[in-house]
Design a protein around this ligand. Structure first.
Ligand SMILES: [Zn+2]
Length: 169
């Protein structure tokens, strides 16, 4: 499978839209985000795709996407990892966070839509990746699509599913 050559602008937009599509395939959860991720080579070839809980209830999207990629694939050195959500920097379910996982690959560029909100854990994945010399691009203009599959996790306290806001007046 092939798509646009990863680059800022329209190509990044198109790949992030794909991650939002993938996030809608996640088995539902009330305790973890639904996220989609795609690893794309410099020529636009998809090296791997994944989404949360794909193969295991503890799966994060980025690790599911990287699982199918040969770690020695030379194309990783020019690839971009797209994720609908900022790669995590700490997690309870597995010892290695997704940002650590990305740092164990040569992938030089990470693009995500939605900065992780402090619902479960505080995340500084973007900062860690930048500090390690990776290019990190944030596209908050596409965060709405990434949030869609997680709307049930983001309601404020007391706001039950389907409840309407009280009428005023
Ligand atoms: Zn993660």
């Amino acid at each position: 499978m092939k798509g646009p050559v990863p680059a800022e602008g329209a190509a990044d937009t198109s790949w992030l839209r794909r991650t939002a599509e993938l996030s809608r395939l996640c088995p539902p959860s009330d305790t973890a985000f639904s996220v989609g991720a795609v690893v794309v080579a410099a020529d636009g070839t998809v090296l791997g795709e994944g989404y949360s809980r794909r193969d295991d209830p503890r799966d994060h999207a980025e690790e599911a996407a990287l699982r199918g990629v040969d770690p020695d694939d030379p194309r990783l050195a020019g690839a971009t990892l797209y994720s609908s959500l900022e790669p995590c920097s700490s997690r309870s379910s597995r010892p290695r966070s997704c940002s650590a996982l990305v740092l164990s690959t040569p992938v030089p560029r990470v693009v995500f839509a939605w900065r992780e909100p402090a619902v479960f854990v505080d995340c500084d994945g973007a900062e860690r990746l930048r500090a390690a010399g990776r290019t990190v691009v944030e596209r908050p203009d596409l965060a709405d699509a990434a949030r869609e599959a997680n709307a049930h996790l983001l309601r404020g306290p007391g706001a039950c599913g389907g409840a309407q806001p009280p009428r005023v007046g």
